[in-house]
Design a binder for this molecule. Structure first.
Ligand code: UDP
Length: 245
């Protein structure tokens, strides 16, 4: 079931349900792509109709940010829970490990995807790392060909939004992957360059605050979280007014 939050139709799934849906995609012969919007995505999609359309066409749209979950509550259509892109990625690695499948890592600065891959294989030894490529290329065609030659089942696309979503929809199907996921800075986390918030912070919905304490220069980007809550409040009030008239 889809839940619309400020123009983006999210899948209202628990983390476990998202894992089941992703697993079915990995086991199917067709290409699928998954997006993990946070409040920044919502605001960017307001101004960029192409981005909005390709988010809404994704096979799974998972609420990565706690701001999305709070907005859903304000709008009176609460999402079950936050499903962080990183957690979904770990769940898909778990499934791929059981399958003995092939993984390709695309994105981040040179060297990061290799280190992320090395660490992933320590935890998931049945996975074949079939290729890596950094995210700072000019021409996408040869990169897409390289990915296709590596023949992955699962493809992490970590180029930042909206670049990664545009890349997945333009080139994803020709890579032959069963599942591509847009994952922002996840390779930096897998590589150990960035730490995720401790579980207690995550449970309190304060992962953003932890990240801000580690990277204060993100303050401008994070200001988008309250802005989305304000927009959700406006929308709720105006729809109540319409109901009243
Ligand atoms: N990136 C990339 N190519 C680009 C721009 C960014 O590979 O042209 C990478 C960047 O190195 C980082 C990720 O994309 O690893 C984007 O991280 P961001 O902070 O946007 O994502 P978030 O952490 O918010 O998910």
């Amino acid at each position: 079931m889809k839940t619309e939050i400020l123009g983006i139709s999210f899948d209202n799934l628990s983390r476990e349900e998202a894992k089941k849906a992703g697993s079915a995609m990995l086991h199917s012969p067709d290409f699928h792509y998954v997006v993990t919007p946070n409040p920044e995505f919502i605001l960017a999609a307001e101004r960029d109709s192409e981005f909005r359309a390709l988010l809404n066409r994704a096979n799974l749209v998972l609420p990565d940010g706690i701001g999305v979950v709070y907005s859903s509550r304000i709008l009176g259509t609460p999402l079950k829970e936050r499903v962080a892109g990183f957690d979904f990625a770990c769940d898909m690695l778990h499934v791929l490990n059981e399958m003995g499948g092939r993984l390709y890592l695309l994105g981040a600065k040179p060297g990061v995807a290799e280190e992320a891959g090395r660490r992933i294989l320590e935890t998931y030894p049945n996975i074949t790392l079939c290729g890596t490529h950094d995210g700072y290329f000019q021409d996408s065609d040869p990169v897409a060909c390289e990915v296709a030659q590596a023949n992955p089942d699962l493809l992490f696309v970590c180029l930042g939004a909206p670049k990664q979503e545009k890349w997945m929809t333009r080139y994803g199907a020709i890579t032959g992957a069963k599942l591509a996921i847009g994952l922002g800075g996840a390779l930096d986390v897998f590589a150990g360059n960035i730490q995720r918030a401790p579980a207690a912070w995550q449970k309190l919905g304060l992962e953003w605050a932890y990240r801000l304490s580690k990277e204060p220069k993100r303050i401008g980007r994070m200001a988008k979280l309250p802005l989305v809550l304000v927009k959700a409040t406006h929308q709720r009030i105006s729809s109540k007014r319409k109901e009243g008239t």
